[in-house]
Design a protein. Structure first.
Length: 258
């Protein structure tokens, strides 16, 4: 038998591993409990609201209120990693719903988003074929189509979770085809921010007392009779449009104020 630093008998390695795994599972279960989700969601919401009120608009930003009112109900397209700023540029008088992943870890995101007054639909809209059978993506798209028909705008992350970052998936293009509503390529960046370089999507955390730049490109419509080739062409066009919006938002946020 092994002994620890005090000279007492230590548990065998296999037993230590089992105890560690059991503890990790218990902690994960506690973190995902409804009580923990509500507490974490409330804390993050308070933090984000505090950061939002310290932001000043960056010169040259798009008039997002005018754009979103004119195109409502629209599908607002963002990249992963920049989604934290989405509630900051939503006109509160317009109803919106956000598509969020069905995985357990996204429950906290849902709790935060809903506190901002944005409804949520859970599912994966990125990989159309996989989503239909694995992640409830088909059901999510049907729900979003119905909500758009009822006059509710949609905030949707365009790139596919754990896929190629900043490359639009077909899910958002499919929703635009089914609903007949425009996609508004969008980006938002704050001048004071921290990029988490080890995350797959380079998640960007806004910091207080900065300037927020919002950039929007021209709306993109998808014909209801678009075939596979046309859908792919529009998907690539959407990727370029969101990247242009992102580049413009970064330049505006980082520009020295006059």
């Amino acid at each position: 038998m092994e002994t620890d630093e005090t000279g007492e008998t230590a548990p065998p390695p296999k037993r230590r591993k089992r105890v560690r795994v059991r503890l990790q599972r218990r902690l994960k279960s506690l973190w995902r409990s409804p009580v923990a989700v509500r507490a974490a969601g409330g804390a993050i919401f308070a933090l984000m609201r505090g950061i939002a009120v310290t932001q000043r608009p960056a010169d040259g930003s798009s008039d997002f209120r005018a754009v979103l009112h004119r195109e409502h109900p629209a599908i607002v397209a963002l990249w992963h990693g920049q989604h934290l700023l989405a509630p900051f540029f939503r006109p509160t008088e317009l109803p919106y719903v956000a598509l969020l992943s069905r995985n357990a870890d996204a429950a906290v995101n849902a709790a935060v988003v809903e506190r901002f007054g944005i409804r949520t639909v859970r599912g994966s809209g990125g990989r159309v074929r996989e989503a239909a059978s694995q992640k409830g993506g088909a059901r999510a798209l049907i729900q979003l189509k119905r909500l758009l028909g009822e006059g509710v705008g949609v905030c949707m992350i365009a790139d596919v979770p754990k896929g190629t970052p900043r490359e639009a998936g077909l899910g958002i293009v499919t929703l635009a085809k089914l609903s007949g509503r425009p996609i508004v390529p969008s980006a938002a960046v704050t001048s004071r921010r921290r990029v988490l370089g080890r995350t797959w999507d380079k998640t960007t955390l806004p910091l207080p007392f900065g300037r927020m730049a919002v950039a929007m490109e021209e709306p993109i419509f998808v014909p209801t009779d678009a075939d596979a080739a046309e859908m792919e062409r529009i998907r690539a066009e959407l990727t370029r449009a969101i990247e242009r919006a992102n580049g413009r938002a970064v330049a505006l946020a980082d520009a020295r104020p006059a």
